[in-house]
Write a new protein. Structure first.
Length: 262
């Protein structure tokens, strides 16, 4: 993974939408890198010049990109990401500047105050999400579906989840969706189960979720919400896109997830 490798053939102009793909070598499980590709493609099909800037572990994180994506990871890999985010000001500054950011699974955990991994090791997070994560005492694996709770999303969200951590939200964090199948944020071992299980966290410019997939291939409305925020437009003003295969993929995954409770 070379920094900017994707952008090399196309010089970025002032008006190029730059999507920061953060640390795919440690935060890129289950196709999560694809979220950046989907954003770039959905922008280009609207005539918006877009490129992906890959930021690897050895590269400082720029704080002024238009949009950021970060994916899931194994416990050991995600600790390397947590260390880097703690050491460098870039990601914190980007969040403070209100840059939209999509965070999946391990990235959701790493953006919280802290998380405890499967071995019980407590790792400090960036603290930009008001959440903490503890082991659930089991892995929750399977299809996850939820009904969105935030403005701008109306379609059921679907993804694949595979995590040992259970995340508890504090008062500054809001959930992304109400779970209808699967587990979502889950419950730390020994904690009381919530009456209405939720998935994900929304706080400031961050949208975080346990959905892999990549989530944006399966949830185009979520992709367009992030794009619209990045370019400062109303999502309704983006030209509709007819991407063959997406409705069939959604229908198949929603069927696969129906009735499953991980
Ligand atoms: N290692 C974390 C957990 O198991 C996150 C896993 C993931 O990103 N899929 O909870």
């Amino acid at each position: 993974a070379g920094t900017g490798a994707e952008g090399r053939g196309r010089p970025a102009s002032e008006s190029t939408l730059t999507i920061g793909l953060l640390l795919p070598e440690v935060l890129g499980t289950y196709g999560d890198t694809g979220n950046a590709w989907i954003l770039r493609e959905r922008a280009r099909r609207r005539g918006i010049d877009a490129r992906i800037l890959t930021i690897d572990l050895d590269t400082p994180i720029p704080s002024s990109l238009d949009l950021y994506t970060m994916g899931g990871g194994e416990d050991t890999a995600q600790a390397l990401a947590a260390e880097k985010f703690d050491r460098e000001p870039g990601l914190r500054r980007a969040v403070e500047a209100g840059r939209p950011l999509l965070a999946i699974c391990a990235s959701l955990q790493v953006l919280g105050h802290w998380y405890r991994d499967a071995r019980g090791q407590r790792v400090a997070g960036l603290g930009v999400l008001d959440v903490t994560t503890d082991p659930q005492g089991r892995r929750t694996i399977g299809e996850l579906a939820s009904d969105p709770l935030i403005e701008g999303l109306t379609e059921r969200l679907t993804g694949f989840e595979n995590h040992g951590g259970g995340t508890v939200l504090g008062p500054d964090a809001a959930p992304l969706g109400r779970v209808v199948a699967g587990t979502g944020n889950g419950v730390p071992q020994g904690a009381p189960a919530p009456e209405a299980p939720c998935d994900g966290v929304v706080q400031g410019p961050i949208i975080a979720t346990y959905m892999h997939g990549p989530a944006l291939a399966r949830n185009p409305q979520l992709a367009d919400l992030l794009l619209a925020r990045a370019i400062g437009r109303d999502p309704a003003s983006l030209a509709p896109l007819d991407v063959p295969g997406v409705p069939a993929l959604r229908a198949e995954r929603l069927r696969a997830g129906s009735g499953v409770r991980g």
